[in-house]
Unconditional design. Structure first.
Length: 215
């Protein structure tokens, strides 16, 4: 049987191409000058679209921002899944994958882990991706000897993780420590707060990760 025909029309494919280019331009704006620089009118000028024409693809700056936040979360989920698929799904491997992902695009990192964007409320799909990130980390934490040996506690509010099992309370606490301690170092590093200090962010991050792994 031949390959199934595409169910999308040329008009729909063109629309998706334009939306993808708009998002690429948006990331360029954010990378160059931060989130405050995000402007649909600015993107329209760069792409040769009219000021009103661009709103056929994104009805508002907020809608575009929601797409970017969703894509950032999906990118991190994909990074952690890939690490696990490559046999690096333990806590140490996930920690290094997280740092590489953050350093690769700091602004994308801050969309996920930076200060809340005023007026932004995460839709259900973003909340689900955030929950999956936590499930992946908690599953890895459950393999740390002390956490694995602990008496099962209250399951995660969202229910079983990707493996289908409820993780222990100890693993949940370790996963929270993973996020707060490592994100603390990353946020300071990406924000330039180690400048002028006799501190190697990479070594500090590794030291924190080693402490978590030897929990």
């Amino acid at each position: 049987m031949g390959e199934a025909a595409s169910t999308t029309t040329p008009r729909e494919r063109y629309r998706q191409q334009v939306r993808s280019e708009i998002k690429e331009r948006a990331w360029e704006q954010i990378t160059d000058a931060g989130l405050s620089a995000l402007s649909l009118n600015g993107i329209a000028r760069l792409m040769g679209l009219s000021a009103t024409g661009i709103y056929r693809y994104f009805t508002s700056r907020d809608e575009l921002l929601r797409e970017l936040v969703h894509d950032a979360h999906r990118s991190l989920v994909g990074t952690l899944r890939t690490a696990a698929a490559q046999g690096k799904g333990d806590l140490a491997g996930l920690g290094q994958a997280l740092r590489r992902w953050a350093l690769d695009d700091p602004q994308r990192y801050f969309l996920v882990h930076g200060p809340p964007v005023p007026g932004y409320h995460a839709p259900a799909d973003v909340a689900a991706l955030a929950a999956e990130i936590m499930h992946i980390l908690t599953a890895a934490c459950a393999e740390v000897p002390e956490a694995r040996a602990s008496t099962p506690g209250t399951p995660l509010k969202d229910g079983p993780g990707p493996s289908g099992r409820a993780e222990t309370a100890s693993a949940q606490r370790l996963a929270l420590s993973f996020r707060t301690r490592l994100h603390g170092v990353l946020s300071l590093e990406l924000g330039g707060h180690f400048a002028g200090m006799e501190c190697d962010p990479a070594l500090l991050y590794q030291a924190e990760l080693d402490l978590l792994v030897s929990h």
